[in-house]
Design a protein around this ligand. Structure first.
Ligand SMILES: [Ca+2]
Ligand SMILES: [Ca+2]
Length: 234
């Protein structure tokens, strides 16, 4: 077989037949922008130094193509808490409703359904600047769930915890606008003990979260929380 090249999902895939007898091939992938794709390749595959990268036990290897362009994304999730200023107790959740709360959805964490990546950082933006800041935990799951009502105790089920990706703490706050209360704002940089690997669901690119407060915190009405995840996509 002579050398071949083909476009696969906007990536140019080249197959070079080294000896003209199909005994050895090199694979070249050129990203030209756009989305990603994959291809099954038979025969040998070599790296830039001419060494085989194939598993000797197999005669085929699945090669993932990553097209040109960045692989780092920011995924944001945001909500406003209810229109009251009821104080939270340690162990409560902060959600968007006292009767029909919704999870925080971080869409596009993976580049494709059932995709993977690594969270390397996060920040939480709080639309208020209360004198006592909240000590928060973002619990992140790869599967959506039914959240507790705002200001109720956090009660994840065993099954929900089995889908946990990780927990990010927000306990060190930086004041933005120093105006007290709703007129101000502040930001916390998330504390990760280690990079957080994840795989999204079979038909989803999203991760799902909920905020748990670990101190007695007095909020302002309709206080808005925005969380930005810094994700390296595979
Ligand atoms: Ca409560
Ligand atoms: Ca504000």
């Amino acid at each position: 077989m002579a050398d071949r090249s083909v476009y696969v999902n906007n990536a140019l895939l080249g197959l070079a037949d080294h000896h003209g007898d199909e005994s050895e091939y090199s694979v070249m992938v050129y990203g030209v922008g756009g989305t990603s794709g994959s291809v099954d390749v038979i025969k040998d595959i070599q790296d830039g130094a001419g060494d085989s990268v194939m598993d000797a036990a197999n005669d085929a290897i699945r090669v993932s193509l990553v097209a040109g362009g960045g692989t780092t994304v920011l995924s944001s999730g945001s909500f406003a808490r209810p229109n009251d200023a009821n104080a939270y107790a340690a162990g409560d959740v902060i959600t968007d409703s006292t009767s029909a709360p919704t999870v925080i959805t971080f869409s596009g964490c993976a580049r494709a359904n059932n995709g993977s990546g690594i969270i390397i950082g996060a920040q939480c933006i709080d639309s208020a600047n209360q004198s006592t800041k909240p000590t928060l935990e973002l619990w992140l799951f790869d599967t959506t769930f039914t959240p507790d009502n705002d200001n109720a105790v956090f009660t994840p089920t065993d099954g929900e915890l089995a889908t946990l990706v990780g927990i990010i703490q927000f306990n060190l706050w930086f004041v933005g606008d120093a105006t007290a209360g709703a007129g101000g704002n502040c930001v916390s940089l998330g504390a990760l003990t280690e990079p957080m690997a994840f795989v999204t669901g079979a038909s989803s690119t999203s991760l799902f979260g909920i905020l748990v407060v670990r101190n007695a915190y007095t909020p302002v009405a309709q206080e808005q929380f925005t969380i930005r995840l810094r994700v390296l996509q595979d």
